[in-house]
Design a protein. Structure first.
Lengths: 320, 497
């Protein structure tokens, strides 16, 4: 597969995952806003900004609807949902021959749907329909990727992009939440605090899955354990990292098993960190430090992918 | 009796603004009688309610938009991507009409290929004075760098799109040849796909010659041109990238053929061998179906400011390590001034008269012809020889005095750069516009492939000048397209029935 194509597939997938994640974040926050006082809601919108990495051109101006509008539809804001979908589509356009027609059509339809959305309606209330359309569109695209694309090298790059982005997103979310709440968290949170923790689960589409495992008994420790270390739910950090590792494994197989020791080491170590972790140990060393270690490893994996598969020099390739 | 029955079609509200005059109409005879091969279509369209027609039109448009079948319009920020307007009424050609076109194009392409080989080698046709040397050497598309270079199978032109029009008497003539990087074939293929979905019964009832094999034939044509000693060639399609107006087509063809779509930055040349950068390292390339103009293909050999091309590609080509299709320097044979010599070129190499005629063309380097043209600019069409896409053209009868003065000045300053032709009355075909049928001028661009043999895919792209009265069919100038149905040979149809 062409290096440039792998690059585009990877970013297409990352941008879509980000659009989906941002949509869910806004949706969940609007929902929570209904039940609480203005100050704590302002606090939470600030938290959204931090979770998204405090992007430039995104400012809190006191109006949740204006803020959501900006984060959804402002093309001048690179983190906005519309910017993510546009970038995903631009990347897909570069690799039209590589993805299936169904994938392209789902993505293209989503793009046309949201760029033609009636923006005036959006100004007046929460952009619920818009967010729903994005989440549905991304799910349709991911479904089409599963069922209509060759599960070859390109497909694995799509998976690497999706799961790295998701792992980074969940880690950032946990980092912001724990920094703010952990020290003061009640063992069994009540009232608004309870809603905050449910909000965290919902932001990761994980409320129902959590209940299946632990029942509706919400405790911060269990939530942390679930979102970090649970093996079977697709939005936990562990699941994402194992998926990245599997996909990297397959990509290396496509290279005729010319393996890269640094890549094996970093991805293997990250996987082991999560597979063999014990929550108490994590708590002892500090949740924040643990999460930042995960994020650092993820970024290192990305750098190695670029150095090995995409950005290598012609001289080194001819020599090897 | 028949004419009475069909006069009622033209009398129906849907045809109330239908223009029928001295131009050849693809559907009606001058008396307003439906041509026999259009009767089934007329009957079918007539039984659909206006709402149903509208619904199907909408469904087709949505299908084009969602598939991203778009082209890019240069020089606009917003809405740079547009769907290619597609008209739902198919243009129908009889098998016998098509047979003549096919033979004529095959003859023309073979002769032009001989011509290219000749002028880049011994130059017999120039020595014999059939084509003046200065016309060849003054052409901007003539590439000195190609002199004496051997190309695989001596094939210079692999993919050709020739533009035909039908005159008042019903005869098809060639208006121009596109021998460099002709585009539009993807619109032919996708509009057929959509038509089969929108009008399935009608399509089946007609018995239409298929065109879906085009990508497969293109692939085997390219494979037949691989350098010697490369039995399993790696073939790629080289595109200028996503901002090119025909990017959709490049991606579409690459996908249909199952080959990589590469950009200049994906390729590297080392020791006169071309490689592409893959996730598994460098992979050698043997055949490049290039959709980049000569000028931009190699900054070391041609325009140094090109960032689309591949440094060193031309040397690899000259060394015979990679095939480029089409070859470099083919533009000299589709120069509009060279066009005037094509009948002589056919006679010279093949000893026969052209099967499809040319349009009479005035060469402005000839004093008498130039004086005539300058005196009659309001009646003639003037074209710049190197331009395409409907740019750089004066259509006399539709022009202002200022425009004519401007062109007169340009012609006198550089007569070699222009040619003139009579203003031709293209044929018209019915189109569905604003919920009614109106007639619009059309041309026909069939696609020809030339490798180990010549293949002309039945039909081609019928381009429509959607603006009323306009004769400019280019997509960049408000043109659209319609599906072109070449009917099966009569006996074949009976077998099917």
């Amino acid at each position: 597969m062409l290096s440039r194509v792998a690059d585009s597939l990877y970013w297409m997938s990352r941008y879509l995952e980000r659009a989906n994640y941002t949509s869910r974040l806004i949706d969940v926050n609007f929902n929570l806003m209904l039940d609480e006082s203005a100050p704590s809601s302002v606090n939470r919108w600030h938290r959204v900004i931090r979770v998204l990495g405090s992007p430039k051109n995104l400012h809190w101006k006191g109006d949740p609807y204006g803020f959501a509008h900006c984060l959804s539809l402002d093309t001048a804001c690179p983190s906005s949902i519309i910017s993510c979908i546009t970038s995903a589509r631009e990347n897909a356009r570069q690799v039209r021959e590589e993805i299936s027609s169904d994938q392209w059509e789902r993505l293209n339809m989503l793009y046309h749907q949201i760029t033609q959305a009636n923006l005036r309606e959006m100004q007046q209330g929460p952009p619920t329909e818009f967010l729903q359309a994005v989440m549905e569109g991304v799910q349709l695209f991911q479904g089409a990727s599963e069922t209509t694309m060759l599960h070859g090298e390109g497909w694995h790059f799509i998976r690497i992009g999706r799961f790295l982005e998701r792992a980074l997103g969940v880690a950032a979310l946990l980092d912001v939440y724990t920094a703010e709440f952990w020290d003061t968290a009640a063992k069994h949170p009540e009232g608004h605090e309870y809603l905050e923790w449910i909000g965290l689960l919902r932001s990761c589409a994980a409320f129902e899955a959590y209940c299946k495992v632990y029942t509706a008994d919400i405790t911060p420790e269990r939530i942390l354990e679930f979102l970090l270390l649970q093996q079977e739910f697709p939005h936990t950090v562990r699941f994402c990292i194992e998926s990245v590792r599997d996909a990297l494994e397959m990509v290396q197989e496509h290279r005729g098993n010319r393996r890269s020791a640094p890549l094996d080491r970093v991805s293997g170590r990250l996987k082991a960190m999560l597979c063999y972790a014990d929550l108490n140990e994590v708590l002892e060393t500090g949740v924040g430090a643990f999460l930042r270690e995960i994020i650092r490893h993820c970024l290192e994996i990305q750098q190695l992918i670029y150095r090995l598969f995409i950005d290598y020099s012609v001289e080194s390739a001819l020599a090897g | 009796m028949i004419s009475a029955g069909h006069a009622t079609i033209l009398a129906t509200p849907a045809f109330k603004n239908y223009q029928l005059d001295s131009a050849y109409d693809e559907m009606f005879t001058p008396a307003g009688v439906t041509r026999p091969h259009y009767e089934a279509l007329v009957t079918y369209l007539n039984q659909l309610s206006p709402e149903e027609v509208k619904r199907r039109k909408h469904s087709a448009d949505i299908s084009f938009l969602n598939q991203g079948i778009t082209f890019t319009v240069y020089g606009r920020k917003e809405g740079t991507e547009r769907i290619f307007p597609n008209d739902l009424v198919p243009r129908i050609l009889l098998a016998e009409e098509w047979r003549k076109i096919e033979l004529g194009l095959e003859q023309r392409i073979i002769a032009l290929n001989h011509f290219l080989h000749d002028i880049y080698h011994e130059g017999r046709i120039l020595n014999d004075g059939v084509v003046p040397r200065e016309v060849v050497y003054s052409c901007r598309q003539f590439r000195r760098q190609m002199m004496g270079i051997q190309v695989p199978r001596n094939i210079y032109i692999t993919v050709i799109g020739s533009d035909l029009i039908r005159l008042q008497n019903g005869e098809f003539v060639v208006l121009e040849d596109n021998l460099r990087v002709p585009s539009g074939v993807s619109y032919m293929l996708t509009s057929r796909m959509v038509m089969k979905r929108i009008f399935p019964q009608l399509y089946q009832q007609y018995g239409v010659q298929p065109i879906e094999h085009y990508p497969r034939v293109l692939l085997s044509t390219l494979r037949s041109l691989a350098p010697e000693g490369r039995p399993e060639p790696t073939i790629v399609l080289l595109t200028p990238g996503v901002y090119n107006s025909a990017y959709f087509e490049h991606a579409y063809l690459a996908r249909q053929m199952g080959i990589e779509l590469v950009e200049g930055r994906d390729l590297a040349v080392h020791d006169n061998v071309v490689y592409m950068r893959t996730t598994s390292g460098l992979q050698r390339i043997d055949v490049i179906y290039r959709r980049i103009d000569d000028d931009f293909i190699d900054p070391l050999a041609f325009r140094a400011d090109s960032i689309l091309g591949v440094p060193g590609l031309f040397n690899a080509y000259r060394a015979g390590n990679v095939t480029l299709a089409n070859a470099i320097g083919t533009g000299v044979a589709d120069d509009k001034a060279m066009y005037a010599y094509v009948p002589k070129i056919i006679k010279y190499y093949l000893g026969s008269d052209p099967i499809i005629n040319n349009v009479d063309t005035y060469l402005l380097t000839n004093d008498a012809q130039r004086q005539h043209v300058l005196a009659n600019l309001n009646k003639l069409v003037v074209k710049a020889v190197g331009e395409s896409g409907g740019y750089g053209m004066l259509i006399g009868p539709h022009s202002t005095a200022e425009e004519r003065e401007e062109f007169a000045r340009r012609i006198q300053a550089d007569p070699r750069n222009y040619i003139a032709q009579e203003t031709l009355l293209f044929s018209r075909a019915p189109c569905l516009l604003d919920d009614e049928f109106q007639s619009r001028h059309v041309d026909l661009r069939p696609y020809i492939l030339y490798g180990d043999r010549v293949t002309v895919v039945p039909g081609g792209l019928t381009r429509v000048a959607l603006r009323k009265g306009s004769i400019v069919v280019n997509s960049s100038q408000g043109g659209g397209s319609k599906d072109t149905w070449v009917l099966n040979e009569p006996d074949v149809k009976q077998e099917n029935n």
